[in-house]
Design a protein around this ligand. Sequence first.
Ligand SMILES: [Zn+2]
Length: 100
Amino acid sequence: MLSVRATRMPTIEAATLTSAVRRVRSLNSRTTNLAEAFRKREADRAAQDIAIGVKLLTLGELKPQECRWPIVGPEGIRFCGHTANGTYCEAHSLRAHGGA
Ligand SMILES: [Zn+2]
């Protein structure tokens, strides 16, 4: 036979609860701000990619001297394809090193 044991709910003081709620709200706010900053940065980068005219090449289309900066879109991963100096073109080399 199944028996159910009554458990006593722990009591939390109102001040403790208020403090915990305040901390959770603060964390939620910071998380929202970080997520918003991330979305804005990604939108800025997408706008930059459009401005520099990325070619959106497939891996098979990419030649050795072309920029290998990956761009994820609805069609999967594509590559910048501009003339590269090393791995990336000038714009993406800057971005890779935190310049933009
Ligand atoms: Zn590039």
